[in-house]
Design a protein around this ligand. Sequence first.
Ligand SMILES: Nc1ncnc2c1ncn2[C@@H]1O[C@H](COP(=O)(O)OP(=O)(O)OP(=O)(O)O)[C@@H](O)[C@H]1O
Length: 338
Amino acid sequence: MVNDSKLDLSTNFAVVADIGGTNARFGRINLKTFELDRIQVFPCADYLNLTDALIAYRDQQDVALEHVAIAIACPAEGDSIQMTNHHWQFSVRGTREALGLTSFIVLNDFAAAAMSLLTLAKGETKKIGGGKKIESAPCAVLGAGTGLGVGHLVYLPNGDVMPLPGEGGHADWAPLNEKEWAIHEFLARRFDGRVSAERLLSGPGIENLYQAIAHYHDRAVPPLRAKTIGARALTGCDAIATETVNQFFASLGSFAGNLALTLNTRGGVYIAGGVVPKLLPLMAGSEFRTRFEQKGRFCNLAESIPCYVITAEHAGMRGVAQYLKQTLRKAPATADVD
Ligand SMILES: Nc1ncnc2c1ncn2[C@@H]1O[C@H](COP(=O)(O)OP(=O)(O)OP(=O)(O)O)[C@@H](O)[C@H]1O
């Protein structure tokens, strides 16, 4: 997290954003009520840089750019920010000065996704399979979008929560059967000998999987966008697309189960990102949960941990707002922000 900031309890509104490799989502948060309004989504590809996108948002929504807090899909630890799956890069201080901002806070997008878990109402998640959530136990959140994001949320003894961002989407992918080894071999040739989980478990990953599975069956297929593959799988008109989505969910289950074991996430494993909600009708019949639980001597632990797909709108921006809420609460209080 980078905080170039004079945000305090006297502030009324902040602009918040959730910047992914494909979509930049903006909104305005009321810092007294924590309500989000003036929401607008821009394709990142339409803007040269973040500053231009922020200016377009300001002009189209008639909001003041004074306090800005963003979640972005890359490490956010120093002044220099470079997106992983898009060309935008900027200096935190340079952006604050160029836009004349009073405060500018930059979070990793999965730190925000982790904070968003605190805001989820009952109807905003869909449970996949069994297991029972233990309140205040660690949670994991992963999200397939342009990339594969990973974060965790832990509860501290003083009642605060701490989001733990990371780069878990870039951990090695582990094949588990003969077909997966063939997929691994195909993708290793494409990606310089190493296959990270993101190479399968993302929108571009679905496109890679489609080619790899066609190759496994000795079939020639055209390069298709993830959206088309997803649509074909949903209608059942393309057997390779159906197999691709099934493979996607099987590997997502294995990966989610690895996160559950790594941090003993008895608070649950949550699935964010734009891809899974679009393919949700195919998830229940997939191998997702079987593979989540297939953890050898620790299958009982995996079985006890629930999985949820986040179906809430704008969870990333809500996560940024939740982060601001916790930060402001800790500031020396002269006013009530709740
Ligand atoms: N119907 C669909 N089925 C499968 N994938 C889809 C579908 N529609 C869009 N996608 C893929 O979803 C991805 C974009 O997802 P999302 O909106 O979560 O991205 P993002 O938040 O900008 O990215 P990130 O945060 O991962 O950098 C694109 O790779 C796109 O190809």
